[in-house]
Design a protein around this ligand. Sequence first.
Ligand code: PSU
Ligand code: MN
Length: 310
Amino acid sequence: MTADPSLLVVAEEVRSALREGRAVVALESSLIAQGLPTPHNLEAAGAAEAAVRDEGAVPATVALDAGQLLVGAPAEVIQRLADPSATPAKATSRDLGVLLAAGRLASTTVSATVRAAHWAGIELFATGGIGGVHRGAATSFDVSSDIDELAATRVAVVSSGAKSILDLRATLELLETRRVPVIGLGVDELPAFYAASSGLPVPQRVDSPSEAAAAIGSHFAVPGSGGIFFVQPPPQDAALEADALDGWIGDALASAEELGIRAGGVTPFVLARVAEASGGRTVAVNVALIVNNARTAARIAVARSRAAAS
Ligand code: PSU
Ligand code: MN
């Protein structure tokens, strides 16, 4: 694929890794700009990149600035994204073109990051949790564009499932409808983002990075395949109990409704409310799972580059 050099800017380190067939992991930036409060957002961004490097892969955090889609955004851009006073926009894949034209500073959600990763030639991508079907979506029609982007775009996503502020059962059903494989990493159950278990079984499971890499290879080899979605629970020592979470999430969703929060505003609002209500406990687990997912994605990317080289 030829990249338009005026729009897509892939960092030199990322470009040479891709050219040499070395492991690269794309990271999103909406969790920095909209998902986590300061200073935890910048900490999480740095720790996720460090975890990827630790495993021998190259991180590529994605963002938009000054009319360029940056794959491997420099530290200075990540710092501005983490600063609420810079008021970065939140880009989903539909917004990329318009925000590039406007020259805006913007973070990228899962959907935009998946699109950017694919454009740059990156196969692995790590996030906290994808967006999905919101509770009450039957009337609000609020379904994250993450699902359709995953269905369409050949990128492997490593996550802790979908954020538990959502309707997880409906999200799993929609992923099935959209032909996105959902694969547990050493687990048979969909995690509930902040909590380890949702009670919902996942259809497939693998037990090592090399098994995950093999699944990615075969999935991508089947004509017409889009993305592939891996899930793992948050680290055990960080996970929260489902009971307390239900209350915080219910209250946050009710406030969002009362205040008339809509569209792209919903997820950041609800995440901020549960963070407040939990006294920061949801933030701690969110950071821990982001870093853990980045590490796992890097291990899979390394296994994938080894398999390609042999
Ligand atoms: N994971 C996190 N925190 C986040 C997100 C993911 O730990 O804030 C972001 C992702 O960028 C995801 C977005 O794509 O939330 C979903 O937003 P929406 O529901 O508006 O599509
Ligand atoms: Mn939405």
